[in-house]
Design a protein around this ligand. Structure first.
Ligand code: SAM
Ligand code: SF4
Length: 334
């Protein structure tokens, strides 16, 4: 791929074309690996970037090589009129791919409007097919709504829908085979994400990570052997497999056991307008102030380029001196 002259290349030669935008830190459930159980202090609404501010930022990033967007949160579907943001972003020339990651609880109501606005890629986070386990993990009700949301989204035309399941040792081993069967029968791809140290309670331990290699073994033994599939996007974090008989695809995001930082092409804009060059960054750049205090386009682009230049080589989760960021996942935007 030829790079635009101004592309966002960091000091390790990685080009950044993939922007993840958090639209809120609010959420309607409380996954234990992400949020505190109670008393969450959410950002004041006035601190959230408006849809117009987000769209202006994206318009500035396109000439820098950004063509892929993912909306996330918190729970993106709790942001009022999210489909209007999708429509604004979909009409920006040069944006070729817009996705959303959602917990699916409000999906049934919004799937059609999102599809009509131009959304095509949908990841639904669901860690358990057992409703009791779902409630244990999320600390809220909502299992039926998620399954219904997936069904409605399929009918609306989203395909493939990817199901994201965080893999947690001591908790979700029993979900591996049911998810394998789900991938074979439902038409959805399932992706297991290794549990990362981004929880609000800072209770993560390496011992609680259920590794991709173990899940591959279980699925291959209990169902049908998994075989790797060629990856159309080698810079995507997921390593994809399919069952040998052709029925069902399973992906893995092995952030802990096999970090993919060397190929990273992602950077993030938080709901309160901070730019993060890595999920695990300890520093942020204040884009909101630039957007609100009449900075010109060049100044905003310069701030982004500076941030990307400062990106480190990798996240260091596996090092003894790893420092967990102050912001938990729901506040960064996963
Ligand atoms: N609320 C939406 C959802 O859950 O899909 C979007 C935001 S959520 C922060 C984005 C993704 O991050 C979800 O798939 C979630 O499971 C994942 N996630 C959150 N905390 C995580 C952690 N500590 N380790 C691994 N994945 C995590
Ligand atoms: Fe909410 Fe998503 Fe975090 Fe779960 S992972 S608490 S759904 S933001």
């Amino acid at each position: 791929m030829s790079l635009p002259e101004n592309s966002l290349v960091d000091s390790f030669g990685r080009q950044h074309n993939n922007l993840r935008i958090s639209v809120t830190d609010r959420c309607n459930i409380r996954c234990f690996y992400c949020m505190p159980a109670e008393n969450v202090q959410f950002m004041a609404k006035s601190k959230l970037l408006t849809f117009e501010e987000i769209a202006r930022f994206v318009r500035l990033m396109v000439p820098q090589g950004v063509n892929k967007l993912r909306l996330t949160g918190g729970e993106p579907l709790v942001r009022k009129d999210l489909h209007k943001l999708v429509a604004l972003l979909a009409e920006i020339d040069g944006i070729t791919d817009i996705g959303i990651t959602t917990n699916g609880i409000l999906l049934a109501d919004q799937a059609q409007a999102l599809y009509d606005a131009g959304l095509r890629r949908l990841n639904v986070s669901l860690d358990a097919l057992d409703p009791v386990k779902f409630q244990e993990i999320t600390r809220r009700e909502g299992y039926e709504q998620v399954l219904n949301g997936i069904e409605v989204a399929q009918k609306v035309g989203f395909s493939p829908i990817k199901i994201n399941a965080v893999a947690i040792r001591g908790m979700t081993e029993s979900e591996i085979v049911p998810f394998g069967k789900f991938a074979r029968e439902s038409g959805c791809d399932v992706r297991f994400i290794e549990y990362m140290p981004l929880d609000a309670d800072a209770a993560w331990e390496r011992e609680k990570v259920l590794f991709a290699s173990e899940i591959i073994d279980v699925l291959s033994r209990e169902l049908v052997p998994l075989v790797p599939v060629g990856d159309p996007d080698p810079r995507a974090p997921s390593t994809d497999y399919q069952f040998k008989d052709g029925a069902g695809r399973i992906g893995f995001i092995p952030s802990v056991s096999q970090p993919f930082c060397e190929q990273c092409n992602r950077f993030r804009l938080t709901a309160d307008g901070r730019l993060r060059n890595c999920l695990f960054s300890l520093e942020e750049s204040d884009i909101k102030t630039l957007l609100r205090e009449s900075a010109n386009d060049e100044q905003i682009v310069a701030a982004v380029r500076e941030s990307i230049q400062q990106k480190w080589s990798g996240h260091n989760i596996n090092a003894a001196d790893f420092v967990q960021p102050d912001r938990p996942m729901y506040s960064i935007g996963g």
